[in-house]
Design a binder for this molecule. Structure first.
Ligand code: NIG
Ligand code: FE
Length: 419
């Protein structure tokens, strides 16, 4: 078969080959092809393997020499708070003085200060700020991003955020998977009427569903934020309405959020820095992906999630950036991968699995993305490194040279290719 594009002379091609969710020991079992090629036609992968791929070359095939670079599937960042206004560097000083994250929130800062800025921002301001961040993510090798609302905390502002995500999806190369997170905090005007706010969130879910503005629903289940029983009500209703569901669980205090995620069949249970043994067992018996966010542990100076124990318990683990202005202000997903290896002791193969196929799975897209396989979207990344281990070793800088999205080279030599 003649392909439109053959990229050859790839030093190493790394991909998972297991069906997701990829759990436990299988996470450490990936395909590594040396001296490889990949063939693309009409945006899809039509061939790959060791060798030069001559069988795919016809008279009009574009041939690219990868110059021994390392190729992986496009990275999938399965947890971000991409769309928000402003920044919170003023809280950094408080953090350094030792004021806890939840204490800043209690004082009306934290999430609530970003809510005030986001409510005040226009659609275009939000779009421009988010687009800048999205392009940074793309340059770091991310081709699919989950993006949550949650800095509006009132139907009209939540809608504004979801509409920004929709427009980014229509105009930018990266695929965005929208999540509604009206239950990110209790807004100040409902401080003495939690029940009233939960009712607002529940009612708004129906509108969001009707308008097709989100694929999943998330709740911040945490001491001082939403209780396990409030979380359960919101997620059960979301499930009834046909949303995928996910939960910010056991981030700071173990409240049983991860156990609830397993019980309700959540696509992902996220954070898990404070998960207890009982909830590890519960997750082990489910298809819920344990979605770990080591950038947040790094920035907040908290413990890292127990990745080794979760993998030993045969759980499917994902990693994501949690990009947001308060607990992880960085779009550098390669740094997330490096922290997963360096701090959570995940192997290079486990890191790759956790940053590609497992997030593809919990986002409901693993039939199209997350691995190099015939028929999948030709989303892939070329790293200027001698081997994949090097990506986890040489930290804090961008090692990506080229990014292909659906067969189109969207980042070339580290720069965005203009249409
Ligand atoms: O995932 N934990 C809740 N939400 C975000 C932080 C949001 C913020 O501080 O603005 C998180 O860490
Ligand atoms: Fe988060």
């Amino acid at each position: 078969m003649n392909a439109g594009l053959v990229v050859r002379n790839i030093g190493e091609l790394w991909t998972t080959h297991h069906l997701p969710p990829v759990r436990g020991a299988a996470m450490n079992d990936v395909t590594v092809l040396k001296d490889a090629f990949i063939a693309v036609n009409n945006g899809l992968i039509v061939g790959f393997g060791s060798g030069s791929g001559d069988a795919f070359v016809g008279p009009v095939t574009e041939i690219r020499d990868a110059c021994r670079m390392v190729l992986t599937p496009g990275l999938v960042d399965g947890h971000t708070h991409l769309v928000h206004a402003g920044s919170r560097e003023h809280e950094f000083a408080l953090k350094l003085q030792g004021v806890p994250y939840l204490e800043i929130l209690k004082r009306g800062g934290g999430i609530l200060s970003t809510v005030a800025a986001t409510r005040a921002a226009s659609f275009d301001e939000l779009y421009d700020q988010a687009r800048k961040s999205l392009l940074r993510m793309l340059a770091f090798g991310v081709t699919t991003v989950e993006a949550k609302s949650g800095y509006g905390l009132e139907p009209k502002s939540e809608r504004k955020i979801l509409k920004v995500i929709e427009k980014l999806n229509e105009t930018q190369a990266v695929t965005l998977i929208p999540t509604a997170m009206g239950a990110h905090a209790i807004p100040a005007e409902y401080a003495f009427d939690r029940e009233g706010y939960v009712a607002t969130v529940l009612a708004d879910l129906e509108t969001i569903r009707l308008d097709g503005l989100a694929e999943s629903v998330d709740v911040f289940c945490e001491a001082g934020v939403f209780t396990v029983s409030e979380t359960k009500r919101i997620l059960m209703r979301a499930k009834e309405l046909g949303f995928a569901i996910r939960v910010h669980a056991d981030e700071i205090v173990s409240t049983g959020g991860a156990g609830l995620a397993a019980e309700l069949g959540c696509a992902s249970a996220d954070h898990l820095m404070a998960i207890n043994d009982k909830d590890i067992l519960a997750l082990a018996g489910s298809d819920t992906v344990a979605n770990l966010l080591p950038g947040t542990s790094f920035y907040l100076g908290h413990d890292y999630a127990p990745a080794r124990r979760l993998i030993a318990a045969n759980i499917a683990v994902g990693i994501a950036s949690d990009y947001n202005p308060g607990s992880c202000p960085s779009e550098n997903f390669q740094f997330t991968l490096q922290l997963a290896a360096n701090q959570m002791k995940m192997t290079p193969s486990e890191v790759l699995t956790a940053a590609t196929i497992n997030p593809g799975y919990h986002l409901g897209k693993s039939d199209r993305i997350g691995s190099i396989a015939i028929g999948k979207d030709a989303d892939f990344v070329l790293f200027d490194v001698p081997n994949f281990d090097y990506v986890l070793y040489h930290f804090g800088v961008n090692l990506v040279v080229d990014v292909y999205k659906k067969g189109r080279r969207v980042i070339a030599d580290g720069r965005l290719v203009k249409e």
